[in-house]
Design a protein around this ligand. Structure first.
Ligand code: TXA
Ligand code: MG
Length: 317
């Protein structure tokens, strides 16, 4: 049986979803970045069921979603700099990786054995309403089978995971379209662990230059598998024109495009369209997808990161 899709604006649907979560069930919820697959963060059994439904490797830890800093500070130890970032960007597409509090109630399975916890307050009203109604933190990876393209519409979730979860809350298409930016800390030095929906420049205006994680300590960013976000079709990046058998994903003034991420060259619009357009072109049974060059600034950094992973050799199941 496939999961019912209910409007996230219906208070009865939010109540039903919260009750399902209390029973250890899995609920897909819209966030401003991508749809997340939510489970009770404090229940080892619910978290285990979530890893199983996604086919996600257990060494890849999850983000605890909270209503705001009040809920987050019970879970993770904030430094003054972390507080400043949360004050500036929450609710919003920013995830902070911080030490777990000593009495952190989040299941250790969700943290994959790390002493840190990733926390984020999503800016979508349906996600906020669900966390509020549930009354505690929800872990929520992107609501797609592991390694696939992240969902930005309720229909994408139904297509990928509909048979394996309890309920899908529909909140319309996601406004940001790429996952949150993940920031960790080495002492007081902020590290850019994952490029995402909050542009590096906005964060650096507060923190100064962000460092890359130390390649020698892969545990700093365990989820960054090289092949990820992968459609079935082969991707060819920085293409000026399609070759025979390829669909063309354009940007800016490209006239030949089968889909254009943003005819005006707007990187926010391009990010919001990215995953849906990859899915649409992939559904056309093409041999490959050629992608126009995307400027590597602002949200372009996250777009290029996802495109490079989608184009990488498939080294995971
Ligand atoms: O926008 C988003 O972040 C979406 C929506 C649903 O909120 N969620 C999402 O979750 O993208 P997921 O599980 O697909 O990605 C979480 C990322 C992974 O790269 C993971 O490795 C990293 O956050 N992460 C989680 N906990 C961590 C930790 N303790 N230390 C370092 N990285 C961590
Ligand atoms: Mg994901």
């Amino acid at each position: 049986m496939t999961a019912p899709v209910l409007s996230g604006e219906d208070p009865a649907a939010i109540r039903a979803a919260a009750s399902l979560l209390r029973d250890g069930g899995l609920v897909a919820m819209p966030t401003e970045t991508v749809y997340g697959l939510a489970a009770d963060a404090t229940s080892g059994a619910a978290v285990a069921a979530l890893y199983a439904a996604k086919g996600r490797p257990k060494f890849n830890p999850l983000i605890a979603h909270v209503t705001g800093t009040g809920m987050a500070e019970a879970l993770a130890v904030f430094t003054p700099l972390a507080r400043k970032l949360a004050a500036a960007f929450w609710p919003g597409p920013l995830t902070l990786v911080l030490p777990r509090t000593t009495d952190c109630p989040v299941s250790e399975l969700a943290c994959a054995g790390l002493e840190t916890l990733a926390v984020r307050a999503p800016a979508h009203p349906v996600a906020q309403a669900l966390i509020q109604a549930f009354g505690g933190p929800l872990v929520a990876p992107s609501a797609n089978p592991s390694g696939g393209v992240s969902p930005t519409q309720a229909g994408h979730v139904a297509a990928g995971l509909g048979e394996r979860i309890g309920l899908i809350l529909d909140g319309g298409p996601c406004r940001v379209g790429v996952e949150s930016t993940v920031i960790g800390f080495d002492g007081n030095t902020p590290l850019l662990l994952r490029k995402g929906g909050l542009a590096r420049e906005a964060i650096e205006a507060i923190t100064g230059p962000l460092s890359a994680p130390d390649a020698a300590s892969p545990k700093a960013s365990p989820g960054m598998l090289q092949s990820h976000y992968a459609p079935r079709a082969r991707l060819r990046l920085n293409a000026v024109a399609p070759e025979k058998g390829e669909a063309f994903l354009g940007f800016g003034t490209s006239k030949i495009a089968d889909r254009n991420l943003s005819p005006d060259g707007d990187l926010q619009e391009a990010a919001a369209n990215l995953f849906a357009f990859l899915r649409e072109l992939d559904a056309g049974a093409v041999a490959g997808i050629a992608v126009a060059p995307i400027p590597d600034e602002g949200l372009g950094e996250a777009i290029n990161d996802r495109l490079q992973r989608a184009a990488a050799p498939r080294d995971i199941a």
